[in-house]
Design a binder for this molecule. Structure first.
Ligand SMILES: [Fe+2]
Length: 423
C-alpha cells in the first residue's frame, strides 16, 4: 500500500540570497508532493496556498525512500509562516512555523552545531542545545551545521529520528549544512551514491553531488560559504579545481562585510585528524591549499567539525602560520568579555566540539609546532555537548562557544572571542 507519510523534514535556503526556501522530506512511496502554507494563526489552513513539489528516488540502503521537495515563494524577513508538507491525497505532516530570518544590512545572527551524529539519543542531546540557544541567544535566525548530522546517512531511520527529535527547531529554522565525512566516506555509504543531497534541496552551483555538495548563503552582512571536503574521495584531501575556483570567485566577489567558511574537515585541529600521521593528511593538504585563498580574499572565520574537540586559533596568514602577535581588544558579547583580534592577517579557525555523544580529546603528544596555531583548546568529556552563537555587526564578529554537561544541564565551559575590523 502506498505510504506518503512525511519523514525527516528539513528547511534549506533555496538560493544564495532570497527569502525562498527548499523544504525536503522522505516518503516510502512516490506520490504528488504538496507544501501548503498560510499565515501564522490560520491553524486550520483555511486560507492556505499550495505549492506542488517533486518526488525523486532517494538514497537509502536496504530500503526504498523518495526525496520529496518543494520550493517556497519569496517570504519577507521576519515573517512567520505556518506550513505542512505531504501529499495531494491528504496525508500531511504536523504543522510547523517557519521563522524567516532577518536580513539587516548591518547584522547577522546564527547558531552553530556540528557532528550531531548520535545513535543513542538520536538528536535528544542536540535538542537540549537548541533549547539552550533559545535562552542564551534568542536572536539567532538560522542554524549552521558543520556536518555529520547522522551517523549513517544511508539509514533512513537515523534521519527520521534525528529530525523528529529536533523538529521543534529543525522544522522552524532554516539550516545551512556542510557535508560531513559520514556523508561521503564509502564505508558508511554501502554502495549508495549521493545520500547527503537526498535530504536537502538548494539551487546548487553546477557540480557532481555524489560526494556531497558545496553552496553559499548570504544573509544580513555575512557571506556563508559551505565547502565540501568530500572532494577527498577524488583528491585524497584537497578541494578539486572546480570547487576551489568557485570558492575563490565567491570570496573575491562578495560585497558582504563578513565572510565565514564552513568546512567539515579541519585545517587546524588538536585532535587526531589534525595531528596524527596519515589521519592528518587531508588537514595539511587543505591548509596548504586554502590558507592563501582565505587570507587574500578576506575570509574572517573558518568553522570546521570532524574532530569533536574545542579549539580556536590565532589569525592564520597566507603562509598557514599563526599571527600570534595580533592586537586584541575586549568587547561585550551576551554579557561575556570576548577577546577580539584586530588587524588579522587571515581568518581564525574554530572547531566547536560536537553536539552528539562522540566526544574526543588529544590522542597523541602534540609538538610545539602543532600547538602554536591554537589560542585555546579543550578536550571534551563524556556527556559534554557544545554549540556556538555567532553574531556580526558593522565592525565586530563575535562568537560564544558553550559546553554543557548533559546530565545536569549546567554550562561547564565557555569561550567568547572573535574579530574586529575598522575601515
Ligand atoms: Fe563527526
Amino acid at each position: 500500500m502506498a505510504d506518503f507519510t512525511p519523514e525527516a523534514i528539513t528547511v534549506s535556503f533555496l538560493e544564495k540570497h532570497s527569502g525562498r526556501f527548499g523544504i525536503t522530506w522522505q516518503t516510502r512511496s512516490a506520490g504528488r508532493p504538496v507544501l501548503r502554507y498560510t499565515e501564522n494563526g490560520d491553524t486550520l489552513f483555511e486560507h492556505a496556498s499550495i505549492v506542488y513539489g517533486k518526488a525523486e528516488k532517494g538514497a537509502a540502503y536496504d530500503a526504498v525512500r523518495y526525496k520529496n521537495y518543494a520550493e517556497t515563494p519569496d517570504f519577507k524577513p521576519g515573517q512567520q509562516v505556518l506550513y505542512q508538507v505531504g501529499d495531494e491525497s491528504g496525508v500531511y505532516s504536523e504543522a510547523a512555523i517557519l521563522h524567516v530570518p532577518e536580513d539587516s544590512p548591518n547584522h547577522t545572527a546564527f547558531a552553530v552545531f556540528t557532528d550531531t551524529q548520535d545513535t543513542n539519543t538520536v538528536g535528544g542531546w542536540w535538542e537540549k542545545l537548541l533549547c539552550d540557544a533559545d535562552k542564551v541567544f534568542p536572536q539567532y535566525g538560522f542554524i549552521v551545521h558543520g556536518g555529520d548530522i547522522v551517523e549513517t546517512c544511508v539509514f533512513p531511520d537515523h534521519w527520521s529520528k534525528m529530525l523528529s527529535n529536533t523538529a521543534a527547531h529543525t522544522r522552524s529554522y532554516p539550516m545551512a549544512v556542510a557535508t560531513g565525512n559520514h556523508d561521503y566516506w564509502k564505508g558508511y555509504l554501502r554502495g549508495v551514491d549521493g545520500p547527503f543531497y537526498s535530504h536537502f534541496h538548494m539551487a546548487l552551483p553546477p557540480q557532481d553531488t555524489d560526494d556531497g555538495v558545496y553552496f553559499s548563503v548570504e544573509r544580513g552582512n555575512a557571506l556563508i560559504l559551505l565547502l565540501n571536503s568530500g572532494d577527498y574521495n577524488k583528491t585524497g584531501g584537497r578541494l578539486t579545481d572546480s570547487q576551489f575556483e568557485w570558492a575563490k570567485r565567491e570570496l573575491r566577489d562578495s560585497p558582504r562585510r563578513w565572510k565565514i567558511v564552513i568546512i567539515h574537515n579541519p585545517l587546524f585541529s588538536p585532535g587526531k585528524y589534525g595531528t596524527m600521521e596519515w589521519r592528518a593528511i587531508p588537514c595539511l593538504e587543505l591548509r596548504a591549499q586554502l590558507s592563501p585563498l582565505f587570507s587574500e580574499h578576506g575570509a574572517d572565520l573558518v568553522i570546521c567539525g570532524h574532530d569533536h574537540m574545542f579549539a580556536r586559533t590565532y589569525p592564520i596568514g597566507a603562509d598557514g602560520h599563526p599571527q600570534t602577535d595580533a592586537d586584541t581588544v575586549k568587547s561585550d558579547f551576551l554579557g561575556r568579555s570576548a577577546e577580539l583580534f584586530c588587524g588579522a592577517a587571515g581568518p581564525i579557525h574554530f572547531e566547536p566540539a560536537c553536539a552528539g555523544h562522540q566526544n574526543r580529546g588529544i590522542e597523541c603528544e602534540m609538538t610545539p609546532e602543532q600547538r602554536a596555531p591554537f589560542r585555546e583548546m579543550r578536550e571534551t568529556g563524556s556527556g559534554e555537548v557544545a554549540w556556538a552563537a555567532v553574531e556580526t555587526d558593522e565592525n565586530e564578529l563575535k562568537i560564544l562557544f558553550r559546553t554543557l554537561d548533559i546530565n545536569s544541564g549546567k554550562c561547564v565551559f565557555e569561550s567568547a572571542f572573535g574579530i574586529r575590523k575598522d575601515g
